[in-house]
Write a protein that binds this ligand. Sequence first.
Ligand code: PHE
Length: 342
Amino acid sequence: MKEKIALLNAEILSFLPKNQEHLEQFRIQFLGKKGKIQDLFADFKNVAPEFRKEIGVLLNDLKNNTQQKLDEFKDSFLSSTEERKASDLSMSADFLELGARHPLSVMRNEIISIFSRIGFVVSEGPEIEDDWHNFSALNFPPEHPARDMQDTFFIEKSLETGDIALRTHTSSVQVRMMENSKPPIRAIFPGRVFRNEAISARAHCIFHQVEGLYIDKNVSFADLKQTLLYFAKEMFGESTRIRLRPSYFPFTEPSAEMDISCSICGGKGCNICKHTGWVEILGCGMVDPNVLDNCGIDSNLYTGFAFGMGIERITMLRYGIKDLRLFFENDVRFLKQFEGAI
Ligand code: PHE
């Protein structure tokens, strides 16, 4: 018996399968129900009791060795292509759809990054606002036509508690910031805003703004201009020029609108700038003293500036996108072009 076991062991150890079939024959021959090892187990009852322990161990070892041999070669003759792929390191990997950031997020992040480099922190406010934060504190008198500047989606109209609406601009977050912190304040507020406007290539009822606010002692219009020039150059390139045109907002005095030299044609004149060489990108001004006082900041001690820009507009100019609706359709052919942008 011992001899038989030793012989089989030697045979198993030296066995080298040529292919899957050969390996399977080996399995049947040794481990099969009528295989050689099973035969030996059948003979075991004839072993004298004093040898049983020793032979039992040898038999079990033999069986384990055989199984080990099978396991060792099992993976080397994989049949299906799937399995072959898994072990073939030279095959190219399957294509993975990774997804990409939305261009508006890319631009928002870039605007935040530009202002954070000169010390502006980021804050946010609610999209559903009360009349005070969206209008009254910002110097829009009741029933004043200035309120019609922005067509509002009202959620609740109430004379007692005041109206509740979707915010029409991120200037509402200026108010919250001033109410809740003491100067110096240097912050930007990115967020969604809502206006009851017909959807077209140039307007949408939902869009995105970034608001900026800077309050301290001795803040001047020159500070505002220099901050915006820095932003324009960082966003649209070193050669970008800016111009400020007088304008009107109830919450700033004086107020202005800022144009940049057209980033598409470099100022020579094209369709985007309507052949003027300039495109408007934001509204700004010195915070009206009434607004400071409304928000608990002493207008005799402090001055400040504010500005607000539409992220859609900035993104359209940066990438030469002509129709604003593309941002909201989520057509992957459009979105794919921004893969890799962060
Ligand atoms: N809130 C203004 C708008 O939505 C923009 C603005 C912000 C103007 C801050 C001046 C100061 O058009």
